[in-house]
Ligand binder design. Structure first.
Ligand code: C5P
Length: 237
């Protein structure tokens, strides 16, 4: 039997791109640093542009940020970035609704700084989440042994890693459900909300874990740029 509701649901992409990237040690925000010949965010946008099931891509930038303001039919820009990533996402969701998305549509929220995402990984997340009641996220089972640290920088315990996953993005949820989940934390500055799934979890729902790739890392530290460049260059070759 064909599931009519699944067939009609649209998928939007929301790219928070309003961070300063202070950990990257770069003069301009890290998402605009050149990697393999292009600003990092352009690689991210190119991956989403190659997924036909994405109806529209909205990039959330900081107020006054004109870096991406060149004509391009593959994405829209909203200069409504907030003080935190969660606030940027919350503001972007409101903008998607203004632009004609419905609360029942899906949104894939993806860090602009994860520029190694591939169309195949985005498609895998969509395939897994479309039939799901909650939605979910790309993530990786923890590969390393996990240590608990004391304030003095010494280990006091080794934790069981069997049930631990590293959360990545995209994270895919219904726009209305995610907006409501984030709204509940707006008054306290979105404290403790480090990704979309954490807001959904706080409502009592259990997001689906969809295995991602180690290559889908978030460019965060200075040494990450060379690694991202090497991966992108090897793909081109
Ligand atoms: O700083 P971090 O690496 O956690 O940022 C993840 C993503 O969230 C980046 O793409 C960054 O531009 C975005 N962000 C944002 N608004 C903020 C902080 C971060 O859109 N206030």
């Amino acid at each position: 039997m064909i599931n009519v509701s699944v067939a009609q649901d649209r998928c939007f992409a929301l790219l928070p791109c309003a961070g300063s990237g202070s950990r990257a040690g770069t003069a301009t925000p890290k998402q605009y640093q050149p990697v393999a010949g292009q600003p990092m965010a352009r690689h991210t946008l190119a991956a989403f542009a190659r997924v036909p099931r994405i109806t529209q891509v909205l990039v959330v930038v900081a107020p006054g940020d004109n870096f991406l303001h060149t004509p391009d039919a593959t994405f829209s820009i909203a200069a409504c970035g907030g003080a935190t990533r969660a606030e940027s996402v919350f503001n972007g969701l409101k903008q998607l609704l203004v632009m004609g998305a419905t609360p029942h549509d899906w949104v894939l929220v993806h860090d602009a700084a994860r520029c190694l995402i591939t169309p195949a990984q985005i498609d895998a997340l969509i395939d897994a989440c479309l039939p799901d009641a909650v939605g979910g996220l790309l993530a990786l089972p923890l590969p390393d042994t996990l240590k608990h640290a004391r304030a003095n920088g010494r280990v006091d315990a080794t934790l069981d890693r069997a049930d631990k996953w590293l959360a990545q993005t995209p994270q895919m949820f219904r726009i209305g459900a995610l907006h409501a989940a984030l709204a509940a934390h707006a008054a306290n500055g979105f404290a403790g909300i480090t990704d979309e799934a954490s807001a959904i979890e706080a409502t009592g729902a259990q997001p689906l874990l969809v295995r991602g790739s180690a290559q889908n890392f978030k460019v965060t530290y200075p040494e990450d740029f060379a690694l991202a460049e090497a991966v992108l260059t090897s793909r081109d070759a």
